[in-house]
Design a protein around this ligand. Structure first.
Ligand SMILES: NC(=O)c1ccc[n+]([C@@H]2O[C@H](COP(=O)([O-])OP(=O)(O)OC[C@H]3O[C@@H](n4cnc5c(N)ncnc54)[C@H](O)[C@@H]3O)[C@@H](O)[C@H]2O)c1
Length: 381
């Protein structure tokens, strides 16, 4: 059995949805432009949409495209544009190439496609979906310009608890272990951000016997982290005291150049936020206090400072659970739920059952309810 077959067979709800789409053909005559991590689970989603009659044109997100997935999708008749790149300019070209095909629906992840659509709008775009927290934040100020249904999968309660809270925490811990082969026991781990993802990351490292501290700018969430049992030191102390720092906020330069004076010898930095800007990797590496950069195994980069300290950065500051060696991303079950929400939301936009008032809004509650009922019915747990 290939990884693709394993994944497809494990996505029970999406499989049932695709079987229904075989009959109902909700996307007959429509094209869907997708900009999303290209890995086995997203392949399952794109092929479910194709079974619903869609012509799918897809590109990846920055640095997360898996070549085997590109080959697999192309063999199944999906048009895939581009390849894995860390170059934002090249990636920008791939996104524009998707939009040049004038898709009728967009499946976006990070707001990349909708933001570029507004630079050069074309006739016939019905609307679409946005997957992430970062994408919602980017697209919300553009509501008036977009003026068509854009359903934000991230803001479904199902996505919040199934993926962001439960699955991201598991997969970030799994990625740390896989890439570093270091133990977490007794290690001081600082997690930046106590949103849905951060609380899962903190919980999973805590369950792996690390001493977890949380840095959170929202005072209410900081209190919640404290009551959940995590240390909540001042930011600079949390940086200075950490063996491992995980950024998962969506914000820019959470770890910045002036932290170089605080970081402990041997600290490991990783980002789990959507974009590679949470850790100022470029600024850190260019600082005159860094006398050498050493490339290590599996994308571990070490900055050697003049005073002898070493700072390790995983996956160049790109999303650690999707950009590292043999990346698995979040669990299949969490994505089965999230991607069935995607498929059902695109179906609703195609059918016209949501309108321009549903622009950058959460998944309609009726879709949440149907997806939850469907998953439980098939769960066999
Ligand atoms: N790695 C993955 O598989 C994966 C999956 C889903 C989402 N994400 C990404 O993870 C990021 C976080 O998502 P979320 O759903 O937890 O978002 P969220 O908005 O629920 O939480 C982010 C938290 O970070 C806090 N924050 C912002 N700036 C901060 C700073 N400088 N220091 C400390 N805290 C700060 C905010 O107050 C907020 O509570 C986003 O970029 C999202 O797109 C990643």
């Amino acid at each position: 059995m290939t990884r693709f077959e394993w994944t497809t067979r494990s996505c029970a709800l999406l499989a049932a949805t695709a079987a229904e789409f075989d009959r109902t053909q909700p996307f007959a005559g429509l094209s869907i432009g997708a900009g999303i991590h290209l890995e086995p689970k997203t392949a399952t989603l794109l092929l479910a949409l194709q079974r619903g009659g869609a012509q799918v044109i897809a590109t990846g997100n920055l640095n997360t495209t898996q070549p085997e997935t590109v080959d697999y999708l192309q063999a199944q008749g999906v048009t895939v544009i581009g390849h894995r790149t860390t170059d934002p300019v090249e990636h920008d070209g791939f996104l524009h190439a998707v939009l040049a095909t004038r898709p009728r629906l967009l499946l976006d992840n990070g707001g990349d496609l909708f933001a570029r659509y507004l630079q050069a709008p074309y006739d016939g775009l019905l609307g679409g979906t946005e997957e992430t927290t970062s994408g919602r934040a980017r697209l919300a100020p553009m509501r008036e310009l977009l003026d068509r249904p854009v359903l934000v999968i991230n803001d479904s309660p199902i996505k919040q608890f199934a993926e962001n809270r439960h699955a991201v925490g598991q997969s970030v811990l799994e990625s740390f272990l896989r890439i570093t082969n270091r133990s977490t026991n007794g290690r001081r781990v600082t997690v930046f951000g106590y949103g849905a993802c951060g609380r899962g990351v903190a919980l999973n490292f805590g369950n792996a016997h690390a001493q977890v501290a949380v840095v959170e700018t929202d005072p209410v969430l900081r209190l919640e982290a404290l009551l959940d049992g995590f240390a909540v030191p001042d930011r600079d102390d949390a940086v200075a005291g950490a063996d491992v720092i995980v950024a998962v906020t969506g914000a820019v330069h959470v770890i910045r150049v002036d932290d170089l004076s605080r970081l402990r010898d041997g600290v490991i930095l990783l980002n789990a936020g959507h974009l590679p800007h949470e850790i100022d990797a470029t600024g850190l590496a260019a600082d005159p206090r860094v006398e050498a950069r050493e490339a290590g195994p599996d994308g571990i980069e070490t900055l050697r400072l003049q005073d002898g300290r070493r700072v390790h950065l995983l996956t160049g500051g790109h999303m650690v659970n999707l950009a590292g060696p043999r990346p698995m991303g979040n669990s299949i079950e969490s994505m089965d739920l999230g991607f069935t929400l995607q498929a059902r939301c695109l179906e609703a936009v195609a059918a016209g059952t949501v309108d321009a008032r549903h622009c950058v809004v959460p998944v309609p509650p009726a879709i949440d309810a149907a997806v939850a009922e469907g998953f439980v019915a098939l769960a066999n747990i």
